[in-house]
Design a protein around this ligand. Structure first.
Ligand code: ZN
Ligand code: ZN
Length: 341
């Protein structure tokens, strides 16, 4: 190495250590208490460890490079290790991989799949004496493993009715949108859509929160509409920190909204009003609908921010946003009177 290069090298090292120190201080500062923020995530994804087509590292890279802050890896009946993935992709505290398992069971030919988010240990499929019993036994096993359960794609194989879902105990979350192309989100043949089932459940006074998820298996078939591709459905969770328990506790409080494309700039609830502000895109138009008991349309607005003033006799109020090309967002229901179970 020529001698005259050395001073520049030393100067460079000093500068880079100053930058490193500054970065360290930034990280220390960001670990201090701060206002809650919205984290974008997907709670249902597969890898080659079950029937996905991609390595866990490529799956995590996809989500991280597409504007998400967290992903839960939920392979069928197996827990994919996330420690190495977080070491690779989570060190700057901007992305989080949460462990999970899709507990995959069945009854009488009906597929019954329940996700376990952040389990302390592997959960074996529990079986049971009816579809409802299978779901309930698996939900209890998931809770016993200190995990958060969510019931997946209720109309895949036409497996579960609203009446059955409404009877499941110790459950707060189920999918109202799943990105797999064969899960019958829209219902048919006399079976309501998943959103319609949600209103039936809520109208019985049972509080369940509605999730939009990918259920992504195929990260290499971008143009294939028969594939279950990533980027179809997600949640935005309002939490203090990007940590598994903070995210999951916020979800079980209903502090999140679900989306297939529509994003919100603000969502605020007071004692008397619910207000949404849509993050509008230049070429789209929007309808903001407030929905109550029995799926009744209480109010529709075409401008954002949109506010609904509670009457007091709606039982519950939730909002959805319809975008002019079919994208949607759903906020979580708020019960106004007699407390649900
Ligand atoms: Zn499934
Ligand atoms: Zn799945």
């Amino acid at each position: 190495m020529p001698r005259r290069v050395l001073p520049f090298l030393v100067l460079g090292l000093l500068l880079s250590s100053a930058v490193a120190l500054r970065r360290f201080e930034d990280r220390v500062l960001t670990t201090q208490p701060r206002a809650p923020r919205w984290y974008k995530g997907n709670t249902h994804t597969h890898t080659i460890n079950s029937d996905g087509d991609s390595h866990p590292d490529d799956v995590v890279k996809w989500y991280r490079s597409h504007g998400y802050q967290f992903v839960v890896i939920t392979d069928h009946n197996v827990i994919t290790s996330v420690e190495g993935l977080n070491a690779l992709h989570g060190l700057d505290a901007r992305f989080l991989v949460i462990r999970g398992e899709e507990v995959t069971d069945r009854f009488g030919g009906k597929p019954l799949h329940i996700n376990a988010l952040d389990p302390a240990r592997h959960i074996a499929a529990q079986g049971g004496s009816s579809a409802l019993d299978v779901v309930q036994r698996n939900v209890h096993a998931i809770r016993a493993a200190e995990a958060v359960p969510h019931v997946n794609h209720p109309s895949f194989g036409w497996a579960l009715s609203a009446g059955e879902l409404a009877q499941v105990r110790d459950l707060k979350l189920f999918e109202i949108f799943n990105g797999h192309p064969q899960v019958n989100n829209e219902g048919g043949g006399g079976v309501p859509s998943l959103e319609g089932m949600w209103d039936q459940i809520l109208s019985r006074g049972v509080l369940l929160y509605g999730l939009a998820v990918d259920d992504a298996h195929h990260f290499k078939r971008h143009d294939d509409r028969t594939a279950s591709r990533p980027g179809q459905g997600w949640v935005y969770v309002r939490a203090d920190t990007l940590a598994p328990r903070a995210i999951l506790e916020a979800m079980e409080r209903g502090d999140f909204y679900s989306s297939t494309g529509v994003e919100l700039n603000a969502y605020d609830v007071t004692d008397s009003t619910m207000t949404l502000t849509v993050r509008e895109t230049a070429w789209s138009k929007y309808r903001i609908q407030f929905i109550g008991r029995g799926g009744e349309l209480l109010h529709e607005a075409t401008d954002s921010p949109a506010t609904y003033r509670f009457r007091g006799d709606e039982s519950y109020v939730r909002a959805r946003v319809l975008e002019s090309n079919g994208q949607r967002a759903w906020t979580q229901p708020l019960f106004l009177r007699s407390a649900p179970r």
